[in-house]
Design a protein around this ligand. Sequence first.
Ligand code: PSU
Length: 305
Amino acid sequence: MNPYVDISKEVAYALAENLPVVALESTIISHGMPYPHNLQTAEEVAAIIREHGAVPATTAIMDGKIKVGLTKEELTRLASEKEVIKASRKDIAYLAALGKTGATTVAGTMFCAGLAGIPVFVTGGIGGVHRGAESTMDISADLEELAQTNVAVICAGAKSILDLGLTLEYLETKGVPVLSYQTDQLPAFFTRSSTFPSNYQVNHPEEIAAVIDTKWSLGLDGGLVIANPIPEHSALEESYMNQMIDEALQEAGKQNITQKDVTPFLLDFIHKATQGKSLQANIALIKSNAALGAEIAAAYQKQRQ
Ligand code: PSU
């Protein structure tokens, strides 16, 4: 086994027995939600995955060790310590070599899940091509990871802090399928729809599992985006959210926020500007994704038998 990787007993057992496992990211805990909502949500999401018959495996780098499956103490550290580093692919070697602690983004988590052999990963929203990327070149490393790592990512689409059209173009260029669950559009995180069509509509976890298995069996390496719209009762009003997002983008521009600080800044600004409404929506959608992800992980294991 890789000496840098420490897989929890529960996750290792599930993997050895071919039981369904669902990877979870930790940047959403450290940089995506405020304390204590972050810790509470992380625990609730793990419980939902268990209720749906799968084992949750949150990934992070703790004091230099790549951990797959975290203890409550480790989750609490990520949720509350200020010096936790947002860890994408480029950060992992530094953190592992120098004994640092980092919370993994979608890209970082895909990499860790890939190392551990976990094919299904649940998150809230993926990173993508930022608005104005024509001049800033701000494109999330999540997209490149999707291009190369064999992990299926269940999310609620992408926030319209991003340029959704360019994000879809990028994924298309990289050969990453974008499948929407029970809709033919790309959901836009806070809202169930966007003006952008998804590649395909899929209606059952079994169908999704079949696409994942067939893709990799054909040697078509790389990830898949499975976009699950936010539950209807938790969706926010589109024009209201667009206004909040515009304000957030303007403020980020004024304060000259760049690189890895952009997404956390925008998320925090929107949370405050909506007086917590965006946070409630975020919590609802990740729970819904957790339930679907566990069902997909179970269907995938069945498909492989
Ligand atoms: N989008 C969200 N919530 C999040 C993130 C994105 O709605 O918490 C986090 C994820 O961890 C994602 C990362 O992988 O932000 C993308 O950051 P960047 O744009 O710097 O690659």
